[in-house]
Ligand binder design. Structure first.
Ligand code: MV4
Length: 499
């Protein structure tokens, strides 16, 4: 393996390219027309244009990706997350083209992608699953019969995919018929398959996921848990490791269950087993994500590993360098910096990055995919970057995140930064006493009013405006005889009336 095509964009593409360079591998970036000036393109050794902005014409276009691999002499493909990362068909196409797919086998992807199949395999492997069906139910009547056995409330879920699409909570028999129809049609729309299965509803759970690393020499290790309960409409906003709700004994038990889950599908590479942790301390398998996840850095900081480099080593057939039985050290928190306006219902925002000042200092990590001058559009996921901090304790990590968020300045597009800054001051978050309903409960207060722009934001905007006007002025000053427009020096002199 010599040259890796990174079939992704943004922060994760930059992240993978860094790992490639540290593993003495060359990196090939792919980009759509609107991403021509993106940081991941500049960071790579070779770059290939895929096509127009729409993902289906670029980052989702299998033939163009494989053609780019061939044209650039790539011998491996890393899918990142999102896009084609969990499409078994893409992994198969990569391997059929004679390239290494940096991730699990297509069979493992497929087994975990079909949620009822995954639940069946987990039950067989002795991994605790939420009580319910391990096969789809085909009618509302069938669902009602299962619900009678389980007791209400129940959860209807799409068999063909996770992430909350096609999911409905049903509190009483009278709601079942309409909920079943809604869940099935949403599942059909999202995954092309309307099959639905039934689970008992777990009240007030925390969303806890366990990181797995499996090599091709039989080693399967867990790297502890991540707490991902701060999410809005199934989009995670803040993640942390370790979870404030998990002690050493529970960590050992969840880690063992996650390793069993990975072994049950002969897993390879990095993966994440998602659990629901109920208030009574009982945990249930939810689903397995067969990719590197957005939030992987919090695990890297508390376990001292580089998960993407481990993926590259494993793909080269080398044993993982990670030993089993590691314990987390300190505490890490990640805030997803997205181009969404928290004071405008988190609606996707667009704009041009006019000015970017990044936080730094002890224990601060910025996994970024943006630079000044970049246009932020609506073609892709609104994640711009991740701000991750590490501290010796959770309280110190929170204080450090607050400091880093105060240092961060992005001028030109609204971002989720003010939301995160307020969470760091919010008492229940500070005590770690939250579950998946956190945003519903405290989100409203946190976002009650938009803060006044800081002096620095005003100054940065004024500078950007002055530069914009000066640039326009120079265009206006461009001589009609076709001579080149005046240099910045000449413009400045003219503006001072010196020439
Ligand atoms: C559940 C659940 C409670 N009970 N299943 C969310 C998407 C996918 N990861 C599965 N999810 C859940 N499944 C049962 N039986 C709670 C969640 C859940 C959730 C549900 C609604 C709103 C936000 C949520 C965040 C995390 C998990």
């Amino acid at each position: 393996m010599r040259r890796v095509l990174v079939a992704n964009r943004g922060e994760i593409a930059c992240r993978i390219i860094r790992a490639c360079h540290e593993e003495n591998l060359e990196a090939v970036a792919v980009y759509s027309e609107v991403d021509r000036l993106s940081p991941h393109v500049r960071a790579a050794d070779v770059a290939a244009e895929l096509g127009p902005a729409p993902a289906r014409e670029s980052y989702l276009h299998v033939e163009r990706l494989l053609d780019a691999a061939k044209r650039t002499g790539a011998d491996a493909v890393h899918p990142g997350y999102g896009f084609l990362a969990e499409r078994a068909g893409f992994a198969e196409a990569v391997e059929r083209a004679g390239l290494i797919f940096i991730g699990p086998s297509p069979d493992a992807i497929r087994a975990m992608g079909e949620k009822t199949e995954a639940r069946r395999r987990m039950e067989e492997a002795g991994v605790p699953v939420v009580p319910g069906t391990t096969a789809p139910v085909t009618t509302a009547a069938e669902a009602a019969a299962v619900a009678k056995r389980l007791g209400f409330p129940i959860m209807l879920k799409a068999a063909a995919g996770g992430g909350g699409k096609g999911m409905r909570r049903v509190a009483a028999p009278t709601q079942l018929e309409s909920a079943f129809r809604a869940a099935s049609s949403e599942a059909l729309g999202a995954f092309g398959d309307g099959a639905v299965y039934v689970e008992r509803f777990v009240e007030r759970p925390r969303h806890i996921e366990v990181q797995i690393l499996a090599d091709t020499h039989g080693t399967v290790v867990d790297l502890g848990e991540r707490e991902c309960s701060v999410q809005r409409r199934h989009q995670k906003l803040i993640e942390e490791a370790p979870s404030p709700a998990v002690d050493a004994d529970l960590r050992t038990r969840m880690g063992a269950a996650a390793v069993q889950a990975a072994r049950a599908v002969a897993y390879r590479s990095a993966g994440t087993v998602e659990f629901l942790l109920a208030p009574d301390g009982v945990f249930y398998f939810l689903e397995m994500n067969t990719r590197i996840q957005v939030e992987h850095p919090v695990t890297e900081l508390v376990y001292g590993v580089d998960l993407v480099r481990e993926q590259l080593r494993i793909a080269r057939g080398e044993p993982t360098t990670v030993k089993g039985g590691l314990r987390p050290r300190g505490h890490a928190i990640e805030c997803r910096i997205t181009s969404e306006d928290p004071f405008g219902g988190f609606l996707p925002a667009t704009g041009r990055i006019e000015f970017l000042r990044l936080p730094s200092g002890p224990g601060v990590r910025w996994d970024g995919g943006i630079d000044t001058g970049n246009e932020v559009g609506v073609h892709y996921d609104p994640l711009l970057a991740k701000l991750i901090v590490w501290g010796e304790t959770r309280a110190l990590a929170i204080r450090r995140m607050a400091r880093a968020l105060d240092e961060l300045l992005i001028v030109g597009v609204p971002t989720s930064q003010p939301f995160h800054r307020r969470v760091m001051d919010e008492p229940t978050f500070g005590r770690g006493e939250y579950d998946i309903s956190y945003i519903d409960r405290v989100g409203g207060d946190l976002l009650s009013r938009r803060p006044a722009p800081t002096l620095l934001q005003h100054a940065a905007l004024a500078a950007a405006l002055a530069e914009h006007e000066a640039r326009n002025a120079s265009v206006a000053l461009a001589p009609s005889n076709g001579d080149p427009p005046p240099s910045a020096w000449l413009r400045a002199a003219r503006l001072q009336g010196l020439r």
